[in-house]
Design a protein around this ligand. Structure first.
Ligand SMILES: Cc1cc2nc3c(=O)[nH]c(=O)nc-3n(C[C@H](O)[C@H](O)[C@H](O)COP(=O)(O)O)c2cc1C
Length: 443
């Protein structure tokens, strides 16, 4: 029995693909992803399984990196083919749930601090302290072109802007003292003007007077999520993030990443335990190893190689249609996109010698982290192994199809983790910070 418990997040795309590009074509993928009840049902199920967080990724363009065309994303229902606005989706999930954390992705590059601070303070209030923000800086040319730019900001500029963005939003969330909203009918005193302050921020990217027009949220501010992989990105995560997503592929790579991040957090004067590292895994679960393998093969067959290659192209920011499809992914590519994903597929290529076309299928099928296919017992064994090796504080589960895949996780895998004392059997308190065991920041 382990005293420390795992944290579990579910990666739920508000679009066709979460864990596998074949998922939306699977017979057990029922429900209409354009309906409110679809997301509410997923939220309720995950809450039955005591999940810490339902997380929705986001991008603000349909990717066109592969062959400078939208065709591969749209035709095959790839990762970026359709994305509902995650803030709207999570608001309707909030109304149908009571405990689960609500993780929304919003880019610091394409919005303004005031708009974001207000929206997330609203979500935190209305959900009773369950809002989390996945802070992304965006890495696609197509996104820049939707916001009046011909080219993206450089990575350095994106992170510099993000640092200032976080500084401004934090000031806005602190612009109301905790006791500023009095609501005394007799006095009358709705809000105490002496306890609400302008921020008068003047910086390189933003000038914001403040205060925010929403009182301080229940969690003080939303929980910060980040997935920086570059050196600059890791420093950003170590400074700000409370949850870090990563896709390391192998356990020893995950251990190294977590140790590095914890050391960086300590250098920023933080207690490393306030930073929870959650590697992404794509569990495929069935009653027997053979059935799980069959299910995996089915998903593999449903994932079109072009769809996976299209998504890999946009993740790397490299048009992979220029390379021979029957040969391996070239080494030492200059990758303007997600370096972590490049490391992940480079490892896989070295390990298995897959041709680019097969890598596309594998990437699309969501099977780059191996060992999480099997019975609830064998998948739990592997999760326990990673956890006890110091590779993670929990996992982000990329479930292959909805809602059937969530049912497998909630009704089979979670009870197995609970039986081993590795996962909670009830929520620790009303807010996401309670679930994570992270204190509410002082004002
Ligand atoms: C699991 C995971 C989920 C991510 N989700 C998003 C997302 O929803 N939207 C987005 O723009 N970027 C997303 N990213 C990309 C990261 O935010 C980040 O930009 C990327 O890892 C590159 O980091 P770097 O600039 O430090 O190399 C995700 C990355 C990972 C590993």
């Amino acid at each position: 029995m382990s005293a420390k418990k795992l944290h579990l997040a579910a990666f739920v795309s508000a679009g066709p693909v979460s864990g596998s590009h074949g998922g939306w074509r699977h017979p057990q993928a029922s429900g209409d992803l354009l309906s409110a009840s679809y997301y509410q049902e997923i939220g309720r199920l995950l809450e039955q399984g005591c999940f810490d967080l339902l997380f929705i990724p986001d991008i603000v363009a349909i990717p066109d990196t592969l062959g400078h065309s939208l065709d591969s994303q749209l035709r095959y229902g790839a990762l970026g083919a359709l994305r509902l606005d995650p803030l709207v989706v999570l608001s309707i999930v909030a109304a149908a749930t009571k405990h689960i954390g609500l993780g929304v992705t919003i880019s610091t590059t394409y919005t303004q601090p005031f708009i974001l601070a207000r929206a997330l303070a609203t979500l935190d209030h209305l959900s009773g302290g369950r809002a989390a923000w996945n802070i992304v800086t965006s890495f696609q040319q197509a996104e820049a072109r939707n916001f009046g730019l011909t080219d993206q900001l450089s990575r350095e500029q994106r992170y510099e802007r993000a640092d200032e963005f976080l500084d401004v939003t934090t000031k806005l969330w602190n612009s109301w003292q905790d006791d500023a909203l009095v609501r005394d009918r007799e006095a009358p005193l709705f809000a105490d003007p002496d306890r609400v302050h302008r921020i008068d921020h003047s910086g390189k990217y933003f000038n914001v007077q403040g205060p925010l027009n929403v009182s301080r949220p229940p969690q003080g501010r939303p929980v910060f999520i980040q997935a920086g992989a570059s050196d600059r990105g890791r420093d950003f995560a170590a400074r700000w993030a409370e949850i870090v997503f990563v896709t390391p592929g192998l356990v020893d790579v995950a251990v190294e990443f977590r140790n590095d991040l914890r050391a960086r957090a300590a250098r920023f004067g933080r207690d490393p335990d306030t930073l929870k590292v959650l590697p992404g895994i794509a569990p495929v679960i069935a009653d027997t190893e053979k059935q799980a393998k069959t299910l995996c093969d089915e998903l593999y067959g449903l994932a079109d190689p072009t769809a996976g290659l299209s998504t890999l192209s946009y993740h790397l920011g490299v048009d992979l249609s220029h390379f021979p499809q029957d040969q391996v992914l070239p080494e030492n590519l200059d990758v303007p996109g997600v370096q972590g994903h490049y490391r992940e597929v480079s490892e896989l290529t070295r390990r298995s010698g897959l041709s680019l076309a097969n890598l596309g299928r594998q990437y699309g099928a969501g099977r780059t982290t191996i060992g999480f296919t099997g019975t609830p017992g064998s998948v739990a064994d592997r999760m326990q192994e990673w956890f006890e090796a110091g590779a993670c504080d929990g996992f982000m589960l990329q479930i292959p199809y909805f809602p059937g895949g969530v049912e497998d996780v909630v009704h089979r895998l979670v009870p197995e983790l609970q039986r081993r004392g590795l996962f909670r059997t009830e929520y620790d308190g009303p807010t996401l910070r309670d679930s994570l065991g992270i204190a509410r920041p002082a004002n």
